[in-house]
Design a protein around this ligand. Structure first.
Ligand SMILES: [Zn+2]
Length: 371
């Protein structure tokens, strides 16, 4: 194992922060990248990374790693230090208001310029060209602010990996995944091993989250290059939503870390006999079919159903109670599907998205992720 500390530019005199990465297994081989808590106060992944590192150290000592496995257990030291009146603010940078998991720069055009003259008929050779060009393009990104430098450093660590796992959580939720539509065949074993209850697929989620910045250009450049110059889906990049904010405990984290390792065994990155895959709990559905339920009025939330429930269109999910005039507004599911995430606060203002249902049919367009 090698620890690398990547300094971020000093924002104000007298302060300095680092991003730290832990590298296991043989360098120069296939690469796997795992980061936790890019939204800094989403903590289940941080504990999973802790358990993962213990297991990776043992696997490395036993000589069983066949890939370089990079773990960034604290992907957002900027956000982790943001506290306001005893509450953590880990989703948005306080200085710019930007979401830490949006606005990753697209490297597509810079990579295309570099690789296009050299592409040939060998898909593996083309993938190697792309990975080298990605490293160069990420290194050349401007980084004038601490946030831009954080984004650049994370991309530099992840961009040439075959597998990128970005560990997040929702407010209150069952385990679910986001990935590219073209990546579902590669992702399905991960969904089985983690026991994911929903997987939400998109070619373009909007506003360039981290997982898409790593994976999207592979299918975009494959379309540009055409079948005579094949480019494989060379980066399985997945946002893993490890349930809800409060689901932080050793037993669950150790189980999730084992599932991630089983997935790497399944892909041949760890030299152990693969296990039989468990059943898939639910088929993947389009992210455009994930329907938000929005509270039209402010008030107390009294829930009828909890995440994990299969609900019908029109089925009551929650009452919004106005305790002054006694009015109760019942919100129902707009579609049949899996109720996979809900708000963790129990009082909300008008306009708050309080629930998400994974429906089977694409019904939305434009920006598909919440702010
Ligand atoms: Zn998140």
């Amino acid at each position: 194992m090698e620890r690398r500390d990547h300094p971020l530019p000093t924002r104000t005199p007298g302060t300095v922060r680092h991003l730290s990465s832990y590298h296991y297994g043989p360098a120069g081989s296939a690469k796997v990248y795992v980061q936790a808590s890019l939204h800094a106060d989403e903590l289940p992944g941080m504990l999973v990374a802790h358990h993962l590192r213990e297991r990776l150290a043992a696997l490395e000592a036993a000589g069983l790693l066949r890939a370089e496995i990079v773990v960034v257990p604290v992907a957002n030291p900027i956000g982790l230090a943001q506290w306001l009146l005893r509450s953590p603010i880990g989703r948005f940078e306080l200085e710019s208001g930007e979401n830490f998991n949006r606005h990753y720069p697209a490297l597509r055009d810079a990579v295309w310029q570099r690789v296009e003259p050299a592409l040939g008929a060998d898909a593996a050779a083309n993938a190697a060209l792309l990975r080298a060009a990605l490293r160069d393009a990420a290194a050349a990104l401007p980084a004038e602010t601490e946030l831009a430098a954080l984004r650049r450093t994370l991309l530099q660590l992840a961009c040439d990996a075959e597998v990128v796992l970005d560990l997040h959580c929702d407010a209150e939720a069952v385990l679910h995944l986001y990935t590219g539509t073209a990546l579902w065949p590669q992702c399905e074993p991960l969904a089985r091993l983690l026991g994911a209850q929903a997987t939400l697929l998109a070619d373009e989620s909007g506003d360039q989250p981290f997982d898409e910045a790593c994976s999207q250009l592979w299918w975009e450049l494959a379309a540009r290059a055409g079948p005579a110059r094949p480019i494989p889906p060379g980066c399985l990049s997945v946002t893993v939503e490890l349930r809800g904010m409060a689901d932080v405990d050793h037993a669950t984290a150790a189980q999730d870390a084992e599932a991630l390792l089983d997935f790497l065994v399944h892909r041949g990155h760890i030299d152990e006999p693969p296990q039989a895959l468990p059943a898939l709990l639910h088929e993947a559905t389009p992210l455009a079919g994930s329907m938000p339920v929005t509270a039209p009025v402010g008030g107390l939330l009294a829930w009828h159903r909890a995440p994990g429930a299969w609900v019908q269109a029109g089925e009551p999910l929650v009452d919004v109670v106005d305790a002054l005039d006694g009015r109760v507004t019942t919100l129902a599911s707009p579609v049949e599907g899996l109720f996979y995430a809900r708000e963790n606060l129990r009082f909300v203002t008008a306009g708050t998205r309080v629930a998400k249902i994974a429906g089977r049919e694409a019904r939305r367009s434009g920006k598909l992720l919440s702010a």
